[in-house]
Each structure stands twice: as structure tokens, then as C-alpha cells.
Design a protein around this ligand. Structure first.
Ligand code: 5GP
Ligand code: ZN
Length: 136
């Protein structure tokens, strides 16, 4: 299903022109309009899923296979030195467009970009508590 007021539904389905670098039955891959680095691209499903929670498992499997293919192809063609796959869900995690997308970010030595968090220092007990929540 598409969502009427969703810009990524329109872009993914070719209703708004964009720099598309790959397309198949389920996905379109486009260049990000404000790229972190040269070649920064987005995998967009052609159906509307707001985030990872809504993405069906078979689409999730397909998107990972496609991400691997794109990363390989883009690394060969762009000559980048590394690669980040980034996927944000909900506003607090940095999502700004609420249609699932996977960022493909080529990295270059000295590109001066950061995809980072501040590491924290939980105690062993705190880690145990999280472990227990997640394995109950
Ligand atoms: P998010 O922050 O939701 O993970 O990422 C949204 C990304 O979509 C941003 O990197 C932003 O630059 C990109 N973006 C937002 N609107 C458009 C658009 O209309 N066209 C393209 N090509 N990229 C977009
Ligand atoms: Zn959408």
C-alpha cells in the first residue's frame, strides 16, 4: 500500500523524478539530496512502511540482500574506502522521513563525517539487568 501524503512513496514509485540508481519490483535506490558523502544513497521500498517495526520480514530480508549488492557495486564504482549502513526509526533516533529507508553511505579516508554515539560505562550489574530483560 502507498500512503497519499508520503514523499518517499511518490519518489519510490516514480511519481516525483529523482536520481535513481537502481530499481526492481520492490525497491528503488536514490541519491540522498543532502548527502553525507559522495554517493550517499537511500533504499526505498515501493510500498509504505513507516519504519522497521512495520516492515514485513520478507521485505527486511530482501532489503539486506539489496544493501549488500549496492554496497559492493558502489564501492567498486566510487572507489570508497569503507561503508556505513544506517537505518533510523522514530524521531528520537533521528528519523525525519517516516517511510522506511536504508542509508547507504560510502566512506572515504579523511571524509570528516561522523556516524557516532557517546559510549557509556554501565556497571556489570546494570549490564546484567539489561541482559535479564532481554532474555526473559
Ligand atoms: P532520516 O533522517 O529519516 O533517516 O533520513 C532522511 C534522509 O532523506 C535525509 O538524509 C535527507 O537528506 C533525505 N531526503 C529527505 N527528503 C528527500 C527528497 O525529497 N529527496 C531525496 N533524494 N532525499 C531526501
Ligand atoms: Zn511512504
Amino acid at each position: 500500500m502507498k500512503k497519499d501524503d508520503c514523499i518517499f512513496c511518490k519518489i519510490a514509485n516514480g511519481e516525483i523524478p529523482t536520481n535513481s540508481i537502481y530499481e526492481d519490483e520492490r525497491f528503488r535506490v536514490i541519491l540522498d539530496m543532502s548527502p553525507a558523502t559522495k554517493g550517499h544513497a537511500l533504499i526505498l521500498p515501493k510500498e509504505h512502511f513507516a519504519n522497521i517495526y512495520e516492515l514485513p520480514e520478507d521485505w527486511a530480508a530482501d532489503v539486506m540482500v539489496l544493501a549488500k549488492k549496492m554496497a559492493t557495486m558502489m564501492t567498486e564504482k566510487l572507489g570508497c574506502d569503507g561503508f556505513n549502513l544506517v537505518q533510523n526509526n522514530n524521531e528520537c533516533a533521528g528519523q525525519t522521513v517516516f517511510h522506511f529507508h536504508y542509508h547507504l553511505i560510502p566512506r572515504y579516508i579523511g571524509d570528516n563525517q561522523k556516524i557516532q554515539w557517546n559510549p557509556t560505562s554501565p556497571t556489570a550489574d546494570e549490564l546484567k539487568e539489561v541482559h535479564s530483560i532481554l532474555t526473559k
